[in-house]
Design a protein around this ligand. Sequence first.
Ligand SMILES: [Zn+2]
Ligand SMILES: [Zn+2]
Length: 256
Amino acid sequence: MLVDSHCHLDFPEIAGQLDSVLALMRENQVERALCVSVTLEDFPRVRSVAETYPHIHASVGVHPDYEKVDAVSIAELLALADHPRVVAIGETGLDYFRLKGDLEWQRERFRTHIRAARECGKPLIIHTRAAAADTLRIMREEGADKAGGVMHCFTESAEVAQAAMDLGFYISFSGIVTFKNAKDIKAVAVAVPIESLLVETDSPYLAPVPFRGRTNQPGYVKHVAEEIARLKGLDFTEVCRKTTDNFYNLFNSIKQ
Ligand SMILES: [Zn+2]
Ligand SMILES: [Zn+2]
């Protein structure tokens, strides 16, 4: 059995094909998926998927790439997170690749999410791109280790992974790890111990080989786990078991 620790089933690219998406999950023995919120406007759709399907869970948060949305408060996040299907806060974090200029609002938004996660005791889903130093600094300043969480769709160095693991965070790999030209990420996947590793699709984006370029879906997380097994010289079943255990340890409000 496998789990997809990060997907966006409410996005229009796959929202209309949920029947076939859920069927492929069953076929590939992907027992659960975490559907991750990117704005408060989209959150009701994320929550509704999680309310409809017992094996789909939800998070609440505002992604750093969404600039033109209202500022989010700790109180709002706490109110929305107070729901049995909401198991995490995020995705949140910093992205200096997509957006340029004065990004103080992004850092403030990130701090708000960390404070909310600490307050409600739910783990953080952190997105970081071209902003590793500031991400780690803010995590330390805000005591993110007290909430715990995951660095999702990880594309940074082994040193950044180690710094996040030192704060008790898991490192999650997406379909990027299957790409032929992703030598650096493959090396990081070798360096991260299986005890700290999660797998995800980030669907509908980043479909793994052999589906690269197509619409991604949670069933394809199997191909991410297969590549992790190959890279680390582990049995596929071992990777499935360990990453699934890690998922339940982190998102511990989910009843197995
Ligand atoms: Zn992300
Ligand atoms: Zn995402």
